[in-house]
Write a new protein. Structure first.
Length: 201
């Protein structure tokens, strides 16, 4: 019961922040939807949310569409926006995931990642995820953490323009890591796909 309360509160917190940037009644693809609470809260804000993930970990709402982590089973430009909420650092091929999100999206791509820019942020980010893996809250897969500036360079290499960036602080109720949201939109000359090296924690 406590775990569901924590997850619900955390998902509602992310959704509240995202909703400020989304157009009303948007059709959204939530890639790597995890426990489903972010999508559930966004639906409560009046959005249509479709979820996709490599496995079904939903504790609330409809099950996600399962896919192979590379090719999203949706037609191009079928969503108003796509969201990646603390997902990319779990991906073996993060830029492949991003490229597919760009294909299916006709609007902005919203990326929320753990801030990883100072020694303290790096320590807390890695420590938090290791403890969560030990507690069974998430998998123990190898994680790909990058400083914010490196994420920015990767997206810009794909021909995207940074429309907005905002530090949201720490997600409640217990996360010591800081969340940063970057809103991306197509530039004049997209150059994707691009292959980039990955930093490992």
């Amino acid at each position: 019961m406590l775990s569901h309360w924590v997850r619900h509160r955390r998902g509602a917190w992310y959704a509240r922040h995202l909703n400020r940037w989304l157009q009303p009644s948007s059709r959204i693809l939530d890639v790597g939807s995890g426990d489903g609470y972010v999508a559930h809260s966004l639906r409560g804000c009046g959005h249509e949310v479709v979820c996709a993930d490599i496995w079904d970990l939903h504790l609330v709402g409809p099950s996600p569409t399962l896919y192979d982590g590379r090719n999203l089973p949706f037609s191009s430009r079928t969503f108003d926006a796509a969201i990646l909420v603390t997902v990319l650092h779990h991906c073996a091929e993060p830029w492949t995931v991003v490229t597919e999100c760009l294909r299916i999206c006709r609007g902005r791509l919203f990326v929320v990642e753990d801030r990883y820019d100072t020694r303290w942020q790096r320590l807390m980010t890695v420590l938090t995820h290791r403890l969560m893996a030990l507690g069974g809250v998430m998998g123990d897969e190898e994680l790909t953490f990058l400083p914010t500036v490196e994420w920015q360079r990767g997206f810009q290499a794909l021909g995207l323009r940074l429309a907005a960036m905002e530090d949201w602080g720490c997600a409640p109720p217990y996360f010591p890591t800081r969340a940063v949201c970057l809103a991306w939109e197509p530039g004049e000359q997209p150059t994707w796909p691009v292959t980039r090296g990955q930093g490992k924690a």
